[in-house]
Write a protein that binds this ligand. Structure first.
Ligand code: HEC
Ligand code: HEC
Ligand code: HEC
Ligand code: HEC
Ligand code: HEC
Ligand code: HEC
Length: 303
């Protein structure tokens, strides 16, 4: 099995059995000796074949330590809930747009290409059951029946089901929405949009935006959208993924965006280069974003 899935499979039981005990999040590694959920192993020896850049500092015996991968000072003494993950030094050589680029500084790229878990359908339209089981404890055979949270049988809390394979900050919009909580007026608007569009826009128990508020984990066709709103989403080829094309207005867009990104940069100490790329094809979204429909399903922007 490929290592991406291994990472996930190995670390999973760990995080599940310890969930519920929250104290460690306010403590540092030095205090708790517990790594965050789904975290990479430490105190293991770098293999001779691995050649990370010199700044990936090792412990005696060529062992991995916190500062091998993290550039924040005294990482092992910072309580976990105080770690600034948006600091560019959080991961050495960061920030990274693609999570795996970080991993490939030690691991071999060719041997570790990730299988696309979202490609869940065989050519004849039947589902690849083994894919379902990465996220669900069992294959949901009655796919067209609407399910409430407790019947999803997810292996991880719904807020965390994408981590381990994707960064917590995979793109700009996700950063802005990290921990964002919908106010009651917005929640009413969201419920209204769900009805109007025949879709779902799930929020966490405490009304926060999650990855799956905007994204469907399944490709189009796994759930029948005419029978279950959870299956209503944009149609796109998950094998191809999202495709962009550069836009000739890039210069204008950059000037326009500059102020907002600058403010963002100063607040989060993370300067982002966001070229104006037209999204050519989209995948795994509950509504199209390129025409603003997705944003307007939650936001009521003034015109
Ligand atoms: C082999 C590289 C590596 C080593 C060694 C390492 N980390 Fe990490 N750490 C990561 C990666 C990758 C992430 C995940 C980033 C993400 O998901 O956005 C991470 C995430 C974290 C986070 C944020 C977790 C969260 O979910 O909010 C903390 C805290 C952390 N590491 C602490 C430590 C501590 C303490 C040590 C030393 C005991 C350590 N790390 C050693 C690679 C490493
Ligand atoms: C600084 C180097 C370094 C970086 C960066 C790094 N790893 Fe590792 N990783 C190691 C070492 C060393 C081992 C232990 C190798 C062994 O004994 O097979 C390891 C082991 C693993 C294993 C267990 C492999 C197995 O066969 O049991 C997984 C899974 C893994 N790494 C995933 C990742 C992922 C995902 C990333 C990126 C987030 C990453 N690693 C980044 C050094 C690194
Ligand atoms: C990457 C993780 C992931 C994978 C893989 C996955 N699911 Fe899901 N599934 C979720 C999450 C998260 C939800 C809840 C959000 C939603 O409904 O979109 C869900 C919800 C569902 C639901 C209930 C929809 C509803 O709300 O009524 C069904 C049915 C389902 N999945 C079937 C499947 C099947 C069948 C497969 C395999 C072909 C599969 N899932 C693979 C994460 C996943
Ligand atoms: C507010 C809605 C929203 C939220 C929340 C959100 N996304 Fe996205 N995501 C989008 C949109 C829209 C796109 C496509 C256009 C873009 O890149 O801006 C996208 C693109 C992506 C891509 C492809 C990026 C690329 O450039 O190829 C990945 C991977 C992704 N999202 C994962 C996630 C994960 C993981 C989370 C949770 C941490 C998340 N998203 C949260 C709206 C969202
Ligand atoms: C087992 C690992 C795994 C899990 C879990 C996972 N993904 Fe992915 N995801 C992938 C891989 C592999 C791809 C293919 C593209 C790549 O390699 O980045 C992908 C692609 C995507 C893309 C499209 C990006 C593109 O351009 O192709 C989006 C959006 C996305 N994932 C969102 C999510 C969301 C939301 C969740 C949680 C419900 C999730 N993923 C859970 C592995 C995973
Ligand atoms: C699932 C609901 C949801 C979707 C979809 C969504 N947002 Fe948001 N957004 C929120 C919430 C909740 C907040 C934080 C609270 C607030 O601003 O009222 C937020 C905040 C923001 C902020 C920060 C506002 C501020 O004042 O700091 C921006 C900018 C933003 N969203 C833009 C977008 C864009 C662009 C899209 C479409 C790609 C989008 N949102 C899609 C729910 C959503």
């Amino acid at each position: 099995m490929r290592f991406w899935l291994l990472l996930w499979a190995i670390l999973l039981p760990w995080s599940v059995c310890l969930a519920g005990d929250d104290d460690w999040q306010t403590q540092s590694y030095k205090q708790s000796k517990r790594l965050p959920d789904l975290h990479h192993a430490v105190d293991i020896k770098l293999m001779d074949s691995m050649r990370p850049p010199a700044e990936f500092e090792l412990k005696t015996g060529r062992l991995l330590q916190c500062k091998t991968c993290h550039g924040l000072k005294k990482m092992d003494e910072i309580p976990y809930d105080k770690v600034d993950k948006t600091d560019p030094a959080f991961l050495r050589g960061g920030p990274y747009r693609d999570f795996e680029d970080f991993c490939y500084q030690c691991h071999n790229k060719k041997d570790n290409e990730r299988p696309n878990i979202h490609a869940m359908l065989e050519k004849d339209g039947t589902v690849k059951k083994q894919n379902c089981l990465y996220c669900h404890e069992e294959v949901n055979e009655q796919r067209d029946q609407r399910r409430t949270a407790s019947f999803l049988k997810l292996r991880l809390p719904i807020e965390e089901v994408c981590y381990g394979c994707h960064l917590k900050t995979p793109h700009l919009n996700a950063l802005e929405h990290l921990e964002a909580k919908a106010k009651p007026e917005m929640k009413n608007h969201i419920r209204d949009s769900e009805r109007r569009n025949g879709i779902i826009l799930p929020l966490s128990k405490d009304s926060k935006v999650m990855c799956v508020s905007c994204h469907s984990p399944h490709p189009d066709g796994v759930i029948n959208g005419t029978k279950n709103p959870a299956g209503n989403q944009i149609k796109g080829d998950v094998e191809k993924g999202i495709e962009y094309s550069k836009h000739s207005w890039n210069v204008v867009y950059q000037a326009d965006k500059h102020d907002r990104l600058d403010l963002y940069g100063r607040t989060h100490k993370l300067w982002l280069d966001v070229p104006y790329e037209r999204i050519k094809t989209e995948v795994l979204l509950r509504l199209p974003a390129k025409d603003g429909k997705l944003c307007l399903a939650c936001h009521e922007f003034e015109r």
